[in-house]
Ligand binder design. Structure first.
Ligand code: ZN
Length: 123
């Protein structure tokens, strides 16, 4: 009877010991995998953030004929324009994707005047 208990205790110890070691190994492997996975995800995330940001930024750089009134999507008569790059016009406050300057609030008429003054085509 006593022998049996000792046997079970030893078995228990042996099993937990082995599981423990196994877990430690697994954890290490998993940790490495997770780390690699995370790095990959971070890369992907950064990449997608870059591209969306680029797309958003590029969308406010106006090219060719600029239809100023059409840019005022919310029809409040106000637009945001970069005073360095006059063709950077947005209906929302923001920064210029070309030079990083904060866009200045302008009326639609002011934007037209600015474009005219700086040789941009507009209507
Ligand atoms: Zn700019």
């Amino acid at each position: 009877m006593k022998k049996q208990i000792i046997f079970f205790l030893l078995m228990g110890f042996f099993l937990t010991g082995e599981t423990f070691a196994g877990n430690a190994l697994m954890n290490q492997a998993q940790h490495k995998q997770t780390k690699e996975k995370m790095a990959g995800m971070k890369k992907m995330k950064m990449h997608s953030a870059d591209t969306t940001q680029m797309a958003n930024k590029n969308s406010i750089v106006r090219k060719g004929m600029i239809n100023v009134e059409a840019l005022d999507k919310n029809h409040d008569g106000k637009l945001y324009e970069d005073v360095m790059d006059w063709n950077v016009i947005s209906d929302q406050p923001g920064t210029c994707p070309l030079c990083g300057m904060k866009l200045r609030e302008m009326t639609v008429q002011q934007v037209k005047n600015n474009l005219k003054e700086h040789g941009f085509k507009y209507k």
